[in-house]
Design a binder for this molecule. Structure first.
Ligand code: AMP
Length: 147
């Protein structure tokens, strides 16, 4: 099912989708678009977006999610091939508290090479909580989909 044709006239990524502002587009299909990040963290750093204005990952319905991640797989593969990078970091800043600056869902595809110094996502300065096993059990129940 095609994404609902919603668009936010104030959104920079909706403007890219509508070709109102330029971007270096690397992939397009009915539901998704991918383009190079204007301030790349690495050569070939690309962003994958749904064409419909969806602020966050949880705003995608199942069909939209399928289309979105199918594009992520394609762009990731092509980005690695084009740059020769042996690895990539795939990341979504999902909500402002997580650092999302553009409020239109986008997944960063960042090519990675040995010694680039960026580290793993675990290298972010997380104030790691100390969780009791009982709380871990509770969280498992609350998060899992199966009964
Ligand atoms: P985030 O912090 O996850 O919201 O990241 C937003 C990303 O969008 C940043 O990496 C920006 O460099 C990128 N960005 C913002 N405006 C544009 C634009 N017009 N074209 C391409 N990338 C953009």
């Amino acid at each position: 099912m095609a994404a609902a044709p919603t668009s936010d006239p104030a959104c920079v990524f909706c403007k890219i989708v509508a070709r109102q502002i330029p971007a270096r587009i690397v992939h397009e299909d009915e539901e998704t678009l991918a383009f190079l990040d204007v301030h790349p963290l690495a050569e070939g750093h690309a962003l994958v977006v749904p064409k419909a204005h969806r602020a966050r990952l949880e705003d995608l319905n199942e069909d939209e999610a399928r289309a979105f991640f199918a594009t992520v797989v394609k762009v990731n593969r092509r980005s690695r091939k084009a740059t020769g990078a042996p690895a990539t970091t795939l990341a979504v800043n999902n909500g402002p508290e997580a650092g999302q600056e553009v409020p239109h869902l986008h997944l960063h595809v960042v090519p990675r090479v040995k010694g680039d110094g960026a580290g793993a996502i675990h290298a972010l300065r997380w104030p790691r909580p100390t969780l009791a096993p009982a709380r871990m059990d509770e969280l498992t129940k609350e998060i899992r989909l199966l009964p």
